[in-house]
Design a protein. Structure first.
Length: 187
C-alpha cells in the first residue's frame, strides 16, 4: 500500500513507498503498477532515466515534452537530496503558471508524480546525488522543450542561491513561460 499525498496542483502528488528494514538494511517496492492503479493512477511507464550530479546546486529543468510525446514522470532519489519542482503549463488551467516544490531524498524515501501538462525540474541539495525517474513516453528530441528556471513571473523559491546554480547551456537559454507554447490547454 502506498501513502499518497496531494500537493495542491491537479494530479501532482507525493508518494511514500513502504520500507521494511532490519539490522541488514531494508527492502522497498519503489514502483508497482497495481499499487499505483489502486491509488487512482493508471500509468504505462516505458522508460527509466537515471541522473547523477556531482555537486550541490546542479539544476536540471524546467523540462517537458509537447503532445503527443508528453510524459508523466515518477521521480525518486536513491542517493542525496533534491528540491523538485512542477509548474502548471496548461493554458486555461485555474493554476496555470503556479508551481509546487518538494524535497525528495534518499533519507525521506519519497517520490513525486508529475503528470503531463507540467514542466519539471530539480536542483541538487547536496553533492553526489542520484535521481531516477520513470516516464510514460520515450524521449523525443523534436518535442523536447524547456522553461526558464528562474522566470520572475513564476517566482520559484529555489533553496539554492542563483549564483550557486549550475546549468546546462540549453537550460540557461530556455524561454520564459509567456513565450512558451506548451501544447497543453484546458480551455
Amino acid at each position: 500500500m502506498l501513502d499518497v499525498r496531494p500537493l495542491g496542483l491537479d494530479g501532482v502528488v507525493e508518494i511514500r513507498p513502504r520500507r521494511f528494514g532490519d539490522d541488514r538494511g531494508f527492502f522497498s517496492e519503489t514502483w508497482s503498477r497495481g499499487a499505483l492503479a489502486e491509488a487512482g493512477f493508471d500509468l504505462d511507464f516505458v522508460q527509466d532515466n537515471h541522473s547523477y550530479s556531482a555537486a550541490k546546486g546542479v539544476l536540471r529543468g524546467l523540462h517537458f515534452q509537447t503532445p503527443p510525446s508528453a510524459q508523466d514522470k515518477l521521480v525518486r532519489v536513491s542517493r542525496g537530496s533534491i528540491y523538485d519542482v512542477a509548474v502548471d503549463i496548461r493554458r486555461g488551467s485555474p493554476t496555470y503558471g503556479r508551481w509546487i516544490g518538494l524535497t525528495l531524498s534518499a533519507e525521506l524515501w519519497n517520490q513525486i508524480l508529475v503528470p503531463k501538462g507540467f514542466a519539471h525540474g530539480f536542483v541538487t541539495l547536496e553533492a553526489d546525488t542520484e535521481v531516477q525517474y520513470k516516464v510514460t513516453a520515450p524521449y523525443d528530441a523534436a518535442r523536447d522543450r524547456g522553461l526558464y528556471w528562474n522566470d520572475p513571473a513564476i517566482g520559484i523559491d529555489w533553496p539554492v542561491a542563483a549564483g550557486e546554480v549550475q546549468l546546462s547551456d540549453k537550460d540557461r537559454a530556455a524561454p520564459v513561460l509567456a513565450d512558451v507554447e506548451s501544447g497543453f490547454s484546458q480551455e
